[in-house]
Design a protein around this ligand. Sequence first.
Ligand code: KG4
Ligand code: ZN
Length: 334
Amino acid sequence: NENSLILSFETSCDETSVAVIKNGKEILSNIVATQIKSHQRFGGVVPEVASRHHIEQITICLNDALQKAGVTYSDLTGVAITYGPGLVGSLLVGITAAKVVAWAHQLPLIPVNHIAGHIYATNFDHPIEFPALALVVSGGHTELVWMPKEGEFKIIGETRDDAAGETYDKIGRVLGINYPAGPQVDQMAHLGHDTFAFPRAMEKNDNFDFSFSGLKSAFINTVHHADQINATLDKNDLATSFQQAVIDVLVSKAMRALDKYPAKEFILAGGVAANRGLRERLDQELEKRDVEFVKAPLKLCGDNAAMIGAAAEMLQRHGAKADMSLNANPGLEF
Ligand code: KG4
Ligand code: ZN
């Protein structure tokens, strides 16, 4: 059979990315232009700023991706695009670029769910085995996704308020850490002690949902209260205690989900999947179970177009296609 060669676009949040993926598992190129610096002074992603950056970067990334892969438009077999969930203005830039290429070169347009993309970041080293259960944790999402077989996705649990990564970014702000705070809080967490009793919301509830806003408030109140009475708190201890609370909830919910959904493979993906503490703790817990633990490679945890191309190859085999009427779907589920 013919090789699949997919050009993929990802612009759902604050990274502009274009990749070329061969047969769903070989990365020929994966260009990622990050906008982090532009959003840092606002302490988070500003949607209008993000859209403008995408517009400036998209054709540069496109040309780089083709050149680095050593391919031309006539070699391609499809164009993949993230159409949700994400920021509407950001999504629309990628969708427009993908449509232009697909239309001009008469290529099929493959719509991809961003969460499916994060999960397929694990598909490069070895193909996903089903049934699989995925924990997708990022700046915008905290979801447990059940995949009984290839092409089927069901969200069995999600956050009711803040996403895990968003919580890292917000508590990081009161510690004086630049956006995105996750990586630095993770490092600090390895230097301190678990001395603050932060809440573990819904840990014992009989569902697979999460809630992090209570933890965020408890953390911020603790720091503000100390400021008021001129007390100095150990920032590393704060980070350790916070991270421990996040990991306890994520891991206990994931283990309970595995009890009910007997997966062959457990997948950890999304920006927060880079968290060292979370990876280590899941290593320990999953060793006790008859399940294979597959972590997204560190380089592909954050947003990138390679993961979108990998998911697109699978989706295309299952008949996914879109036409020029494709629109952004900011709240897309599955
Ligand atoms: O997947 P991603 O690049 O973008 C979204 O789709 O949201 O995730 C970015 C998020 C940010 O909130 C960042 O703080 C968090 O992932 N993050 C981490 C770590 N590395 C990135 N959170 C905790 N520990 C880390 N090591
Ligand atoms: Zn993401």
